[in-house]
Design a binder for this molecule. Sequence first.
Ligand SMILES: Cc1cc2nc3c(=O)[nH]c(=O)nc-3n(C[C@H](O)[C@H](O)[C@H](O)COP(=O)(O)OP(=O)(O)OC[C@H]3O[C@@H](n4cnc5c(N)ncnc54)[C@H](O)[C@@H]3O)c2cc1C
Ligand SMILES: *[C@@H]1O[C@H](CO)[C@@H](O)[C@H](O)[C@H]1NC(C)=O
Ligand SMILES: *[C@@H]1O[C@H](CO)[C@@H](O)[C@H](O)[C@H]1NC(C)=O
Ligand SMILES: *[C@@H]1O[C@H](CO)[C@@H](O)[C@H](O)[C@H]1NC(C)=O
Ligand SMILES: *[C@@H]1O[C@H](CO)[C@@H](O)[C@H](O)[C@H]1NC(C)=O
Length: 618
Amino acid sequence: MLKISTQQASIFLVLTLMLGTSIRTVRSLSMSASTSKKPLHFHWFRQDLRLHDNPALNKSIQNGNRTPKNNDISNGMVPIYCFDPRFIGGNTMTPFGSQKCGVMRAKFMLDSVADLRANLEKKGSGLVVAYGKTEDVMQKLCQAIDTEVSNDDIEPWVVVQEEPYSEEESVDKAVKRSIKTFKKDASGEFETVWAASLYDIEDLPFNDGVYGMPDTFTPFRNKVEKNCKIPNPLPVPPKNSLALPKNSAIQSVLSGESSNSIPNCSLSYMPTLEELGYDAEEVEKANNPDKRGVMEFKGGETAGLKRVQEYIFDKDLLKIYFDTRNGMLGADYSTKFSPWLANGCISPRFVAKECKRYENETGIVNKSTYWVVFELLWGAFFRCFAVKHGNKLFFLDGTLGRKAHGEHANSRKWGMNPKHLQAWKDGMTGYPLVDANMRELKATGFMSNRGRQNAASFLAIDMSTDWRYGADHFESYLLDHEVSANWGNWCSAAGMTGGRLNRFNIVKQSKDYDAQGDYVRHWCPELANIPTKLIHEPWKLSKEQQQEYDCRLGVDYPNPLVPPTAPNPYARDNRGNGRGKGKGGQNQKGKRGGNNPNRGRNQRQDMKSLNQGSYKFD
Ligand SMILES: Cc1cc2nc3c(=O)[nH]c(=O)nc-3n(C[C@H](O)[C@H](O)[C@H](O)COP(=O)(O)OP(=O)(O)OC[C@H]3O[C@@H](n4cnc5c(N)ncnc54)[C@H](O)[C@@H]3O)c2cc1C
Ligand SMILES: *[C@@H]1O[C@H](CO)[C@@H](O)[C@H](O)[C@H]1NC(C)=O
Ligand SMILES: *[C@@H]1O[C@H](CO)[C@@H](O)[C@H](O)[C@H]1NC(C)=O
Ligand SMILES: *[C@@H]1O[C@H](CO)[C@@H](O)[C@H](O)[C@H]1NC(C)=O
Ligand SMILES: *[C@@H]1O[C@H](CO)[C@@H](O)[C@H](O)[C@H]1NC(C)=O
């Protein structure tokens, strides 16, 4: 698959090894460049679409402010965002056959970039937006500027927030190459900056840093909370610090008005969804969000900050988060910060600081006010986990590797039935809770955490479907898609990160978390008349009841795809506990492997048993 060519894997290894040390800067060249060259600073915005608490942007500003004011090329910087057809576009497909970026997330990104541009303009700056492969855009732009600035040689200097994933890193490498080869004797600098997680990766309190971190969350959390401080969020940069270079030749190229300007790349250019290759029907869908959705998700820092203020302070919901977070209906049960966090419109450190401010101002400090930060720590965990394990996150066997073939209790024989997969995607599995959630995802680009866990467990464990098809579908549709969060959670849901497998008993979960059936009725109207007692198990309806409640199984609503209590058909042995014939023998642990669908005792306690932890700032 796309993410795992061996060449990419080795690039990844080299990069991550370098990044694992305290020097997180990747330099493309030694400093031997000729002194007559003038650095031209670019801040390449990617998944950091904000001005507040943006460590990469801070670095760009520092670079640009280091130079004397009379150097009108090097003083200041050029903010740039590139819609790269490898990551976004109606015709950009994954190796699993999905659109890589569905139209709803594409719309969210367009709105986020437009908002970023507006915010930069308010600060007297601007944002160059381009459409094309990032390295091609950078190369042409550097050539154009270099030509226009006839008396000087420019030396491009690019800073970008690190995305520690192979696809992004191969683009980094190409960009690095393009800025030092855009002309003969060119030279350039390329830096990545770690951000987008609660803690700095260098601060991790494990021997060997990120490579020594545990593979399970609880020990990671305990040690990090005890030993680390969250860096204080950086303020929005002051107005003058964001200025574009004053050089008029540069400005004329960027404005798009010079004969040297390049097409589809300027301070005013913005592609439309149609230009990105989405068809009319898709565009219509993105512009008219489904009214049944939990809330309106408008891309951008402005809307993201507004939601933070609304959730924590205006609606005063933080103090009850712990008790509401497993809900599935409406805006209030959880923060809904994820689309903004994943696209970098808001920063996790800023959110944590707002939680602290709430505690300060109200005097309310309890499990609820702590727990949002606890969730953000999950995000940090998976991001670090991805750095540690690299492309294994995208392998069917996950981080278990060879152990996934019998030796480990979570071993499973994966299959892929295209009809089953499609039914799952369409919300037609015959399991109302799964179907409601899958329909919500398709219609709105969002799904609750409770829903995601059930939908993933159902596909991977109940249907033993190659879980990567599930992750791929989520990647396509989720507004909040983030590589490590999505692939890490999926890999873990499939049992392929080790640890104890959590098989969700769908019917039990339905009754626990949708006791009245409101959520199911919301998304599966064909079940609306079924009494609550039976709504989560429609297969139990008699023929007469099906008539009475206007829901004929196999006609109005599907029969269950797999039997409700089916043993794992692919289990390595037929005792139904999925335990391999390898090591481990017959001890009790085998019974705790997650393949007994009727187990109640071992149903995940949903972390309720975990204690309140703590978080502190620098
Ligand atoms: C199979 C699966 C796939 C997922 N894919 C993604 C994804 O692509 N992007 C994503 O942001 N989250 C993902 N999650 C995690 C989680 O479901 C969502 O972050 C959450 O539902 C978003 O809603 P919220 O913002 O209201 O979350 P809240 O409950 O309010 O949590 C606050 C924030 O904490 C973070 N967070 C919470 N839980 C997790 C978690 N398990 N892993 C990582 N971060 C977490 C998110 O940034 C979230 O916005 C996935 C979970 C599962 C089980
Ligand atoms: C950049 O970060 C440093 C702290 O690391 C801070 O002192 C400085 O003010 C920041 N600069 C801007 C422009 O935000
Ligand atoms: C500009 O982009 C549009 C799509 O947004 C594309 O159709 C067109 O060919 C591009 N123009 C040039 C000159 O590259
Ligand atoms: C909380 O209050 C303390 C003491 O008044 C102060 O030092 C700290 O900065 C405050 N923190 C936040 C996040 O407001
Ligand atoms: C936290 O405190 C608030 C306000 O007193 C209260 O409503 C809420 O139930 C508490 N939550 C928990 C989990 O302790």
